[in-house]
Design a protein around this ligand. Structure first.
Ligand code: ATP
Ligand code: SF4
Ligand code: MG
Length: 350
């Protein structure tokens, strides 16, 4: 069903996705896994939201829920003017056109029996009824738009490099003139030297077409390069959200700090801070163990945890220079932040 509200391009509210656990042993009765727990996301038209977090945090499940590849157990998703929850078994073709996807494995997403020109041409026939010379002309334009030459149109996927294949996937997504592209780890399988070329390409494409992105990745450095806002996910929850530069320069949540401490920084002063953060995190308990049913999902690893952290999931607190954080250090009864790296918070929280 189409909505009449001209709000954000993507509006996710209280999204929860629960799976039956993958069975570890045949005699154990499988339980339930909450892969995504009560999350909100917004993307404005033409904007990029980076969704970052470690493996298993629920990023792909969130992306798949927006694409309607999994059915949520709670909450709502509005995207490109559609209420995703109102879809029956069949997703409307207009939604498939408005919301496209590019996944991590560039080769696996391409039909090995078809040449690149035919792969890019296929959606043009399906969605716009383009044929013959008109279609060839559009294929050439799309290949050019993603930095490929027209002769690549005659090649098979296995004849291209990883970066070129991902360019083909981007061209195919762009062919239907989508409003939003879900990019699930789009550069993670590529060489580091090629990753920034593909991210730059995505930026160029956005400037030219006004398409919005949900950019999912586990690497904060990549997400920062690609995004204007970032949401940080940990064990099924969003724990911090805000402008990309603020998140990366003045992270509020201890988990965002942990992610940043893992990103190599050329500045020696910052390297020293990173080493300190890593030491603090190592001193805290390891990541393993079941997801806590209550309280902060990061409590087992957090160097700043307090008794309240194990009991209640922290509510949202606005961050002075943009976005919000879910952490007891910032909310509630004047709790203090024991960090020397966040001058903004020393005034507001001490
Ligand atoms: N179809 C499924 N059935 C059962 N459990 C699932 C299913 N899909 C995902 N999960 C579980 O949900 C949790 C979140 O998985 P998800 O793939 O969304 O994480 P992710 O953040 O994308 O991780 P990665 O960085 O490894 O891709 C994990 O515990 C995973 O095992
Ligand atoms: S709520 Fe508590 S345990 Fe969670 S990140 Fe904040 S201080 Fe650490
Ligand atoms: Mg994933």
């Amino acid at each position: 069903m189409k909505t009449t509200d001209p709000g954000p391009l993507l509006r996710v509210r209280n999204l929860t996705v629960t799976f039956t656990e993958r069975r570890s042993t045949p005699w154990r009765r499988p339980g339930a896994v909450t892969a995504v727990n009560d999350i909100d996301l917004d993307i404005e038209p033409g904007g990029t939201l980076g969704l970052v977090g470690e493996s298993g945090s629920g990023k792909s499940t969130t992306a798949r829920a927006v694409l309607r590849l999994v059915r949520p157990s709670g909450g709502s998703i509005e995207a490109a003017g559609f209420e995703v929850g109102s879809f029956g078994r069949r997703v409307p073709i207009a939604y498939r056109r408005a919301v496209q996807a590019v996944f991590q494995d560039p080769l696996g997403s391409l039909d090995p029996t078809k040449v690149i020109g035919d792969i890019v041409a296929e959606p043009l026939g399906i969605h716009f009824g383009l044929r013959g010379r008109e279609r060839d002309k559009r294929v050439a334009e799309l290949l050019d738009q993603v930095g490929l030459a027209s002769h690549h149109g005659g090649r098979y996927p296995y004849e291209l490099s990883g970066g070129q294949r991902q360019r083909v996937n981007i061209a195919r997504a762009l062919a239907v003139e989508p409003k939003l592209i879900i990019l699930d780890e789009p550069v993670s399988a590529l060489d580091v030297s090629v990753q920034s070329q593909v991210v730059n390409l995505l930026e160029d494409v956005q400037e030219r077409t006004g398409v919005a992105y949900l950019f999912v990745a586990h690497d904060l450095a990549v997400v920062r390069h690609a995004s204007d806002r970032i949401a940080v996910m940990y064990r099924s929850r969003i724990v911090e959200e805000g402008p990309a530069d603020r998140i990366c320069e003045r992270p509020a949540h201890p988990y965002t700090e942990a992610l940043l401490a893992a990103v190599p920084d050329p500045d020696p002063a910052r390297q020293r801070l990173q080493r300190e953060r890593r030491r603090e995190l190592r001193a805290a308990a390891p990541a393993a163990g079941p997801r806590p049913a209550t309280g902060c999902p990061f409590a087992a690893r957090c160097p700043h945890r307090m008794p309240v952290c194990a009991e209640t999931f922290p509510g949202w607190t606005p961050v002075p220079d943009g976005g919000r954080v879910a952490c007891h250090l910032f909310g509630g009864e004047g709790t203090a932040r024991p960090s020397d790296t966040h001058p903004d918070y020393q005034e507001t929280s001490r």
